[in-house]
Design a protein around this ligand. Sequence first.
Ligand code: SF4
Ligand code: SF4
Ligand code: SF4
Length: 245
Amino acid sequence: MALHVTKERREFIQYSTLGILGLVLAGGAVSAPYLKADEKHLRPPGAVEEDRFLALCIKCGQCLQVCPYHSIELADFAKGYGMGTPYIDARKRGCYLCGAVPCVLACPTGALDHHTEKPEDVKMGIAVLEFPKTCLAVTRTNVPKSQIQRIYGHPHTRKLEEQVLEKLSLFEDKPCTICADMCPLPNPLSAIEMIVTPMGITRPQIKSGCVGCGVCEELCPASSPAIVVKPRMTYEAYYKEGVKS
Ligand code: SF4
Ligand code: SF4
Ligand code: SF4
């Protein structure tokens, strides 16, 4: 009898423990989206404010289907929240700011605002020279072939993508000005230019025209990008009155 009771008790504890563990895991899975909700995604051009975007986006994937650069992906469960919504991983592929902004035209719900009609209207975020010590211009290191080849590993099945790679290959073994020279805005000088500081250091400087497309982050040949995009950040908020530059 005592043996039977002990066995039942052991089983009860075993199943209770599993149950609690299950609840903890399930709780984690359910709460993960909320835990990650503060993490900002780089959204496609024209994306309205995040809460409205999540409400309006029907996850139809039209925007990524018309993107000629494979820039847009759909968030999976690992991204934590907004599963199925489109985002851009700048290090994998930035947005090349197509003239007619086809992703916006394709969006059937207004999650991508149709007032975004040209590259200069885009406001995805802002580029920041976050890690100047790794910037090849700052360290006076020529662009290594291996880092150009890293970008050859990205999807390039279309003519436009091939053209990016052709242009990029011209920088091999040369001083790096890639972020400034490959910026896809029609007037890239409004967004970024290489400057020489009073200390004689050459480096990129971000300007108010930057729209946060992420191309400079994708193509930066430092082993981890010296220049990164802050999603949904504005120039005014980040570079307040020249405090940062
Ligand atoms: S086209 Fe619009 S609604 Fe469809 S996935 Fe893209 S952003 Fe969402
Ligand atoms: S692309 Fe990267 S390494 Fe080259 S100048 Fe710009 S920030 Fe520096
Ligand atoms: S500076 Fe970088 S993020 Fe800004 S518009 Fe040019 S390539 Fe895009």
